[in-house]
Design a protein. Structure first.
Length: 341
């Protein structure tokens, strides 16, 4: 394991009875990365985070966390902190008392106001002396993060840390995580929000039914996702339709299905970026002004849907079968090989 590798998983498998939560998973997380795990419900994200925290052990394969092998059973590597399924907190204690109890349980002392500092970093200083019982989900998430910060972790593991956070709270948590990563801490987190992951993560790993279907920078994921649907509004919609239909590699698709009833004027065209470039030139040559042209859903979301096999028919038309889900419903090998690093 290289010095710069915080997590190295090889063929890690974890089953719960008949359910295969992780299926021969390979994963590398470089030190100092903010690494996002994303995938449909039940994909294995929480199971993987639990393994990193030493809360569950793998059935087979090898897992090294911060240079410590976790292959011989339940163990937490030194320098790892975080939580899955929400932070464990004492509801009758205040936020400050909760953090003090964490410090005491670890046999540490509250050096130089570490507790107050952690509360301030997550924006909870105003409610430091309120009982946690009355805290919202977002406040609990932030307090859980503060508890994890108290041990100065080298690897921070967080299960949906933005869950329940308002936009200001989310920005604050993102800032904390970015500052930590800049100081060398590795962060591995799960999220269902592709926009959050794109804004925060250096790399993302996309899981589907316990298998890795993509790992790499979010920008690469967006590009590898395949064809996109674009909404097109011009000065001459009929003329634009004719140009689009004549453009190689582009298809005009049913706008009503894609956009719903809210937007009956727009055309929806499906294709790769290069075909779109040709369309734009064609429209300009015909003297048709382009008023709006944008993906109907964000590229990362489209890539997620395509690579996890969800709703692929919307994103991979019949004339591009190589990009479609295979007969077993698994995501396409071609796409995955192209996508995986
Ligand atoms: N303790 C357990 N006992 C039985 N099955 C479990 C257990 N933990 C996880 N599973 C199963 O393993 C699979 C993966 O679950 P996991 O919680 O890791 O998925 P996830 O990607 O975190 O899902 P979500 O997005 O819904 O949180 C699921 O089918 C789940 O039902």
């Amino acid at each position: 394991m290289g010095r710069s590798t915080a997590v190295r998983a090889r063929a890690v498998t974890k089953t719960f009875g008949d359910v295969v939560a992780l299926d021969a998973l390979d994963l590398d997380v470089e030190a100092g990365q903010i690494h996002g795990l994303v995938g449909p419900n039940g994909a294995g994200k929480t199971t993987l985070l639990g393994l990193l925290l030493g809360l569950v052990s793998a059935d087979s394969g090898s897992l090294e966390v911060l240079g410590t092998s976790l292959d011989s059973g339940l163990a937490t590597a030194d320098g790892v902190a975080g939580f899955v399924d929400g932070p464990g907190l004492y509801p009758s204690l205040t936020a400050r008392q909760n953090l003090r109890s964490v410090v005491q349980l670890r046999g540490q002392r509250d050096r130089h106001g570490d507790v107050d500092d952690a509360l301030a970093r997550v924006g909870l200083q105003e409610v430091a002396d309120d009982p946690v019982r009355g805290f919202s989900l977002g406040m609990r998430q932030r307090l859980g993060l503060a508890a994890a910060l108290l041990s100065d972790p080298r690897l921070l593991v967080l299960d949906e840390p933005a869950n329940g956070l308002d936009p200001a709270g989310k920005r604050q948590v993102h800032r904390v995580l970015t500052d930590l990563a800049e100081a060398g801490t590795t962060v591995v987190l799960s999220s269902h929000r592709m926009d959050d992951l794109a804004a925060l993560c250096t790399d993302v790993t996309l899981l589907a039914t316990g298998r890795m279907v993509f790992s790499g920078p979010p920008s690469k994921l967006a590009v590898e996702g395949g064809l996109l649907d674009y909404r097109l509004l011009t000065s001459d919609q009929e003329g634009a339709r004719r140009v689009a239909e004549a453009t190689a590699g582009l298809r005009v698709v049913n706008a009503r299905e894609t956009l719903g009833l809210a937007d009956l004027r727009s055309l929806v065209v499906r294709g790769h970026e290069s075909a779109l470039d040709t369309l734009i030139v064609g429209l300009v040559n015909q003297g048709i002004a382009i008023r709006e042209l944008a993906p109907t859903i964000p590229p990362l979301e489209a890539a997620f849907l395509a690579l996890t096999g969800a709703d692929t028919s919307d994103y991979f038309p019949e004339d591009d079968p190589a990009g479609a889900a295979d007969a077993t419903g698994s995501p396409s090998t071609r796409t995955l090989e192209g996508a995986a690093r």
